[in-house]
Design a protein around this ligand. Structure first.
Ligand SMILES: [Zn+2]
Length: 253
């Protein structure tokens, strides 16, 4: 789950995710915190505990209209404030309005941003390819249909279901009937929760795993799979779940 803007409705949504043991990433504009109908700075750490807090820039501009210096300021300052509030490293970004260009993509590594989410949807369950312009699966208005499809399509292949939106949309924007929208979200969580074959994760943990997969190397005999990353890798080997701890290799026979 990836939700933007830090509106006051995040409180209700986080409570729902916690109840169904579903993980979220919350992309916050530090300049909007403490504003009317937004989350207060002093509640950020407690509210989002167990989830990920990521950048969404200070003021929510369309970054493609800004100079490099202003883009840098919007991301750098947002990240600094969010790190101070959470006491955690902040390594992700959601582009305001989903818009980005090559200048911004080039800038991300030096700003400490390891992935950036767009606002377009793949409508499928492939692993992220371009981390600097990551497309999630679907906006939450299609979450039920895609959720059902995801559960039905499970195989030994690793697949991702990622849902994005704004919690304020649930308070009227989607159907105009807030209680229906919240009920819809509740049923999406109910559908998806507690599945043995599903790992519930934040976006940054997913990205760490995707990067670890890319680093994995086979020996020349193709029998040894080496994991030089700092995350455990998991594979389905002849029907058994096998862990390859960080820095170790598995011999597959
Ligand atoms: Zn936004």
């Amino acid at each position: 789950m990836s939700y933007d803007d830090g509106s006051e409705h995040d409180r209700r949504l986080v409570e729902m995710f916690n109840r169904w043991e579903i993980k979220g990433t919350f992309n916050l504009n530090s300049g909007k915190l403490n504003q009317p109908h937004h989350i207060a700075m002093q509640e950020v750490q407690d509210l989002y505990r167990g989830h990920e807090v990521a950048c969404h820039t200070v003021n929510h501009p369309d970054l493609t209209h800004l100079s490099i210096a202003d883009i840098r300021r919007e991301i750098e300052q947002d990240r600094a404030v969010l790190e101070a509030l959470t006491g955690q490293a902040v390594r992700g970004l959601a582009y305001p309005f989903g818009t980005y260009d090559e200048r911004i993509v080039q800038l991300l590594p030096e700003l400490g941003i390891e992935y950036a989410r767009t606002a377009s949807s793949t409508q499928d369950f492939r692993l992220p390819e371009t981390l600097a312009a990551w497309q999630p699966t679907t906006h939450h208005q299609n979450a039920w249909a895609l959720g059902e499809q995801f559960l039905q399509s499970m195989s030994s292949q690793l697949q991702v279901l990622s849902i994005w939106g704004h919690s304020y949309e649930l308070d009227g924007f989607m159907t105009g009937d807030a209680s229906k929208n919240w009920q819809f979200m509740e049923s999406v969580c109910q559908l998806l929760h507690g599945q043995d074959a599903v790992h519930y994760t934040t976006t940054i943990d997913l990205m760490d795993y995707v990067v670890a997969l890319r680093w994995a190397t086979w020996s020349s005999s193709n029998r040894q799979l080496r994991n030089p990353s700092r995350s455990s890798l998991w594979l389905d080997w002849r029907g058994h779940l096998m862990e390859i701890p960080p820095g170790q290799a598995a011999v597959l026979v």
